[in-house]
Design a protein around this ligand. Structure first.
Ligand SMILES: Cc1cc2nc3c(=O)[nH]c(=O)nc-3n(C[C@H](O)[C@H](O)[C@H](O)COP(=O)(O)OP(=O)(O)OC[C@H]3O[C@@H](n4cnc5c(N)ncnc54)[C@H](O)[C@@H]3O)c2cc1C
Ligand code: HEM
Length: 440
């Protein structure tokens, strides 16, 4: 059954900022004060005990995290305002948490490989307004779930080790999130008014919005590739739902733009909770937006060449990057490679073609149509994006400092990543942005 109701009223989506949880995130003078006083730095014994649980977590991790969310969300209904109902229903969120807890246990002796993962999770947490005190709630429920699922195997020694290990990890997140909150120009969600709406295809629409409170101007200048978080009220669930949406244009002082694919669902699949509701909005309606964050961005010192791979609606961060770098004549050369299903879904085609024509060779573009038997036109190809078949020029292979930005469905990103590595690109130069929770 579609959750999209034609009777959906904007006033519902624009419900006043009344609910205390996400409405504001107070700036804390000492965010880590929440950490219990008896928590100690991990000893070698603690680390060995945590490491020993890695195989058990690999096997039972999802059972543990599913149990944890069930108890935690049941006992703390206000948390339903920040957790995705759909990601709980599909199991994506319990899986993502289980993967991260396992990854932590397996890497407990050297956490360096986890740094990018920690950054990504902290960004999501900050975007959703996770507060230090929530870590105590998760601690209690996670330890309880480990006890329930593992039973006697979760010995007192393991419980002690995990208590200290959990808080070590929580401290890393709390500090990273405090840093992000200090950068954000506002806390929690602010009301914005939609000032334009443009349907890019049958399912993707762009929305531009400005802050209702003009004292917010100029807006926080985001880095191209970053995302905001939009929340809507869902009557059927009796709570808010939040989703992240990449800012899809070059930064402007007075407005933000997002381009959102409406998830229509199918026979046995409900429509996307947030995308369908935002698509029901029109110019003049209000949305609630959290500050921009994200690290799928260009470095301070720009490379000479960038290669932007986009699949479907994964075009949004790359479009923002493209629109920004082409504003200056000495920006990097751009190779634009886009995978779509067919001409109807070839969003922003004219815009990209115009940039190719107006930038004197600095931008070259190619698109691949996967659902079409034959394609005719400059830079158009039939099939899926195949890195092995792309020319060395299109991949900027001669430039050993070229950077690669890949965003799209998981299969698309894996195939592009593998293809680039096979063509000799150092994985460190490949940036990936996943629109789904957990491992990309
Ligand atoms: C960093 C980041 C940036 C993003 N940027 C963009 C962007 O620029 N543009 C954009 O369009 N999206 C973007 N996304 C994705 C976006 O955040 C949402 O995930 C997306 O809009 C779907 O949200 P929804 O609430 O509509 O769907 P949800 O309700 O979250 O459902 C997700 C999907 O699961 C299906 N589903 C729901 N319940 C079930 C079930 N029980 N069984 C099976 N299937 C089910 C839905 O039909 C839908 O396809 C981004 C995500 C991230 C993490
Ligand atoms: C050490 C503790 C924690 C770990 C290891 C952890 C791990 C994760 C991971 C792996 C994700 C998925 C990120 C992605 O999208 O790729 C995530 C998302 C999320 N986390 Fe945490 N987290 C922790 C603590 C918390 C706390 C304290 C809260 C607040 C109660 C919280 C709320 C969320 C929310 C709301 C999401 C987004 C998922 C959604 O939209 O449903 N997390 N976390």
């Amino acid at each position: 059954m579609s959750l999209l109701r034609t009777t959906l009223r904007t006033s519902r989506l624009a419900r006043p900022l009344a609910r205390p949880f996400s409405a504001s995130v107070p700036k804390m003078s000492n965010p880590t004060a929440i950490i219990p006083a008896d928590v100690v730095p991990l000893t070698e014994e603690h680390k060995a005990a945590v490491l020993a649980t890695a195989p058990v977590l690999a096997e039972h991790g999802v059972k543990v995290t599913t149990q944890m969310y069930k108890t935690m969300l049941g006992n703390n209904p206000a948390l339903r305002d920040i957790f995705s109902h759909s990601a709980q229903t599909t199991g994506a969120q319990p899986l993502a948490l289980a993967q991260s807890v396992y990854g932590y246990a397996a890497n407990i002796n050297d956490l360096t490989p986890l740094v990018p993962v920690v950054v990504r999770i902290a960004e999501k947490h900050a975007a959703l307004g996770v507060k230090p005190e929530h870590y105590a709630t998760v601690a209690e429920n996670l330890i309880k779930a480990l006890q329930t699922v593992l039973g006697d195997a979760f010995t007192p020694e393991l419980q002690t080790a995990w208590y200290h290990a959990y808080w070590q990890l929580a401290k890393i997140f709390i500090e990273a999130e405090a840093n992000l909150y200090s950068i954000g120009h506002w806390q929690g969600f602010k009301e914005f008014e939609i000032v334009s709406r443009h349907d890019e295809s049958g399912t993707i629409s762009s929305f531009e919005f400005v802050p209702k409170d003009k004292s917010q101007l100029p807006l926080q200048k985001y880095k191209p590739g970053q995302f905001v978080t939009i929340r809507v009220w869902v009557d059927e669930l009796g709570c808010y739902q939040n989703r992240h949406y990449t800012l899809s244009d070059a930064p402007q002082a007075d407005k933000y733009r997002v381009s959102i694919k409406r998830e229509d669902g199918g026979a046995d699949v409900p429509a996307g909770l947030v995308s369908s509701r935002v698509h029901a909005l029109k110019v003049g309606d209000t949305i609630q937006v959290a500050f921009p964050v994200g690290s799928f961005v260009l470095p301070e010192t720009l490379p000479k060449n960038i290669v932007l791979f986009s699949g479907g609606v994964g075009i949004t961060p790359n479009l923002s990057i493209l629109n920004t770098v082409t504003q200056s004549a000495d920006g990097p050369n751009v190779s634009w490679i886009q995978g779509v299903r067919n001409a109807n879904e070839h969003v922003f085609k004219k815009h990209v073609d115009d940039l190719v024509a107006s930038t004197g060779g600095k931008v070259q573009a190619q698109a691949y149509y996967s659902q079409v038997d034959a394609v005719e036109g400059e830079g158009l190809h039939q099939g899926h994006v195949d890195v092995a078949a792309l020319s060395p020029e299109a991949l900027a292979l001669a430039d050993k400092d070229a950077l690669y930005y890949v965003c799209g469905p998981a299969g698309f990103m894996h195939s592009v990543q593998e293809g680039l590595v096979a063509r000799g690109v150092d994985p460190k130069r490949i940036n990936i942005e996943a629109f789904h929770a957990g491992d990309a």
